[in-house]
Each structure stands twice: as structure tokens, then as C-alpha cells.
Write a protein that binds this ligand. Structure first.
Ligand SMILES: *Cc1c(COP(=O)(O)O)cnc(C)c1O
Length: 413
């Protein structure tokens, strides 16, 4: 492919080999990364980049955080996996940290974020039947246009995005769609058979969509009024990303069920969890639900270190200050093709009226890795540990890249 001709040979070989042997379910940027530290990664030619993808917010702590790495190394030498057939000496400490951090009474550990979503869906349905009294197999969960909850059949059944669903049916029934950010529409979508609403407080993959102010609180009040669980998917927005511990905190909403993942693994390991009250969580009894790897000692040690670092290094506060500066600097820009800059904390979306891939490529040439989400939006989400000097550089490069790209691309239809 012409694309790779200018590339360093080592990188091109890696890419061609991956294309040859791998499934083509991603379209990565043309960079082969071999090392990461803090907010930086290096490619196979030794070139340094600022990582503004942060593995979709799984790297809130940055690459190779020394304390999380130490926890991983130490634990890996002692005990890695037991399954839940026995107790392990690490899980309790992790669950306790998680509950103390968040104020929830009980936590259920899984691995990938989507598994925690599945867990929350099962929990909500069970509550719907066993507590609310919805007739068998009739429970509905309201989900929102442009959501992203992962890639399992339940998650794509709950998706409104045609590409995520195409030729994957039949889908799981029981999901009802509502527009995001519209309380009146949500009110209409809720029926006596509704057990829960499942929502991202800010839609990440959907294009960094921030709902109107007051929406979360009103949606929550509606849930109370109609006896419906409020499930927040904070896999991407949680753990400091938006300048609060959770994006729901911004409107003082405490979801009935909280879904966490990504940064819970400290950039090292897939760790996810569902948080709820004791009464809700006790709807699961032994054998009802589980995971071979969920809550394993290595995950628990890494997750515990990730929580400790989050708190001690005040990552939420850092994200808030950095985000205000970033949004402040970009918000005032008047550049052709720049439609809107939005977000909260260090989850920022730059919407163009042209495909954002060209901006991503211009940034890559300037040593910044960022990627489009939904064709016209570029997401900027560096590790929360980014310092002032690097943030200043990021703003400068973003402005220059926007100016460079703006006149060269034709508007999309
Ligand atoms: C990434 C993401 C998921 C899925 O997490 P995986 O670890 O990829 O399974 C679910 N919900 C949201 C909001 C996400 O951003």
C-alpha cells in the first residue's frame, strides 16, 4: 500500500505482517509503538509521541506507572490466578478499596468493561423480576442513541450504531431506544416493564457528547419516580477522566449501579467491576454469575494500586485543572472547518465539518497520537498525569495542526 512507502522499514514490516495474519477489525494509525512511559510513547524508530488516546482512557495513570508496575511484578511472582473456587488474599483488599473510594456497599469484579456491562444488565433484569415484579421475560432497559457499551451481543443489541450491528443479528430483545439528552423522550420510553436505564454520563465513543446541564439529575429523578434503576456506564468517564471521580458527580447523581473498567486496570491489566448496594448485589447467589479470571489476585493487586495512585496523585483534580485550560484555549478558536470543541476534564472532542482523520494524521506528524471517533470528531484524552508544560505544547500543536488541515480538505457532505 502506497501509505507505507515513506515509513521506516521496521514499522512497515510489522504493519504488513499484522495485516497478513490478523483480523482487520481495526484501522490503526500508521505508527508502531514499542515503549511507553508517563504520557509518552516511542515508535520503533525511536520517535517520541504524546499519547492522547490513552487506550480510550485505560491509561489515566499514564504508561508504566512505577507503583502499579511494582504491584504487578510483585504479585505475578507470588500468585497470579486461583479462580473463585477458593478465596485469594488480594481480592478482599481490592473490593474494600473500591467500596471506600466510591461509597458503594458491594462490588463484583470482572475483566473487560463489556463484561461488567453484561453483569449490570443481568442484575437489572433480575431486580426487575424479583423485586419490581415485572412479568417473566418482559423486562426492558432503556438505552440511548449513539451509546457505546462494548461489543458483545448484549452490547450491540443495545447499540443504535448500524456498523456495530450489521449482519450480527438476531439481537437480544428487551432494549428500548431513546435519544440522548432528552428527558421528555426518556419519560415516554419508560413503561411499567422498564427495569433500568443504562447510560454513559458523557458519551465517549459516540463523539464526546455532553448532555444538557441538568439532564443526569432529571433522568435520575425520573428513575426514582418510576421505580427504575439508573445504571451508569462510567467505563470511559470514570476514575477521574472528566475532572470528578465520576462524571455523574458533576450533577451529584449517585447511580444505583455503577460500571467501571478501563483505568481500573492502571494501564496494565483488564479490570472491571460493577458497584451497587448490598441489597441489589445480593440478588446474585452462588452460581448465578461469574468469571474465571474476574477478581484474580493479579487483577486485584493491580486494581488496588491503580486506586491508590488515583487518590494519592489527585488525578481527578489534575484532570479538572488541565481540562479547563485545554477547553479554554480551544473553545475560543475561530478556524475554518472547526465546528465545536466540547467535553469535560481531559475528555475533549474536536468536531470538524470534515473527516477528522486528516487532523489525526497532521497531529501524528507533529508527534501527537490522537484518533477520530465517529468520522468528524477527534478525541483528545491524554493521561491525567500530563504536566503544564506538555499541556501547553499540546494546545500549541493542536492549533497549528487545525490551521494546517483546515484549508486543505474539502467539506464532507
Ligand atoms: C470501552 C467501553 C466499554 C467496553 O470496554 P471493553 O473493556 O472494551 O470491553 C464499555 N462502555 C464504555 C462507555 C466504554 O467506553
Amino acid at each position: 500500500m502506497v501509505l507505507y512507502l515513506g515509513m521506516q522499514e521496521g514499522a512497515r514490516d510489522v504493519i504488513l505482517s499484522e495485516l497478513r495474519y490478523g483480523a482487520h477489525n481495526y484501522a490503526p494509525l500508521d505508527v508502531v509503538v514499542e515503549r511507553g512511559e508517563g504520557v509518552w510513547v516511542w515508535d520503533v524508530a525511536g520517535r517520541r509521541y504524546l499519547d492522547c488516546v490513552s487506550a480510550y482512557s485505560a491509561l489515566n495513570h499514564g504508561h508504566a506507572h512505577p507503583r502499579i508496575r511494582a504491584a504487578l511484578v510483585e504479585q505475578s511472582a507470588r500468585l497470579s490466578l486461583t479462580s473463585r473456587a477458593v478465596y485469594n488474599d488480594r481480592l478482599a483488599g481490592f473490593l474494600e478499596r473500591l467500596c471506600r473510594l466510591t461509597g458503594y456497599e458491594a462490588a463484583l469484579p470482572m475483566n473487560a468493561g463489556v463484561e461488567a456491562v453484561e453483569t449490570a444488565v443481568k442484575l437489572a433484569r433480575r431486580w426487575g423480576y424479583d423485586v419490581k415484579g415485572i412479568p417473566p421475560d418482559g423486562a426492558e432497559i432503556v438505552v440511548f442513541a449513539n451509546n457505546f457499551h462494548g461489543r458483545t451481543m448484549a452490547a450491540v443489541s443495545a447499540s443504535s450504531t448500524p456498523q456495530y450491528r450489521k449482519s450480527f443479528g438476531p439481537f437480544l430483545p428487551g432494549f428500548v431506544f431513546a435519544p440522548f439528552g432528552d428527558v421528555a423522550a426518556l419519560r415516554r420510553a419508560i413503561t411499567p416493564a422498564t427495569c433500568a436505564i443504562l447510560l454513559e454520563p458523557i458519551q465517549g465513543e459516540g463523539g464526546v457528547n455532553v448532555p444538557p446541564s441538568g439532564y443526569l439529575a432529571e433522568a435520575f429523578a425520573l428513575c426514582r419516580e418510576r421505580d427504575v434503576l439508573f445504571i451508569a456506564d462510567e467505563v470511559q468517564t470514570g476514575l477521574g477522566r472528566t475532572g470528578d471521580l465520576f462524571a455523574c458527580d458533576h450533577e451529584r447523581v449517585r447511580p444505583d449501579v455503577m460500571i467501571l473498567g478501563k483505568a481500573l486496570g492502571g494501564g496494565y491489566y483488564p479490570v472491571s467491576a460493577v458497584l451497587a448496594s448490598r441489597a441489589l448485589m445480593d440478588l446474585f447467589e452462588p452460581g448465578d454469575h461469574g468469571s474465571t479470571f474476574g477478581g484474580n489476585p493479579l487483577a486485584a493487586a493491580v486494581g488496588s494500586a491503580a486506586i491508590d495512585v488515583l487518590v494519592e496523585e489527585r488525578l481527578s483534580q489534575r484532570a479538572r485543572a488541565a481540562g479547563e485550560r485545554l477547553l479554554g484555549a480551544l473553545g475560543a478558536l475561530q478556524i475554518p472547518h472547526l465546528r465545536e470543541v466540547r467535553g469535560r476534564g481531559l475528555l475533549v472532542g474536536i468536531e470538524l465539518d470534515v473527516p477528522a482523520r486528516s487532523l489525526a494524521q497532521a497531529l501524528l506528524a507533529r508527534g501527537i497520537i490522537a484518533k477520530e471517533t465517529h468520522e468528524n470528531v477527534l478525541r483528545i484524552a491524554p493521561p491525567l498525569i500530563i504536566d503544564d508544560e506538555t499541556l501547553g505544547m499540546l494546545v500549541e500543536q493542536l492549533v497549528e495542526a487545525l490551521r494546517e488541515v483546515a484549508p486543505t480538505v474539502a467539506p464532507s457532505s
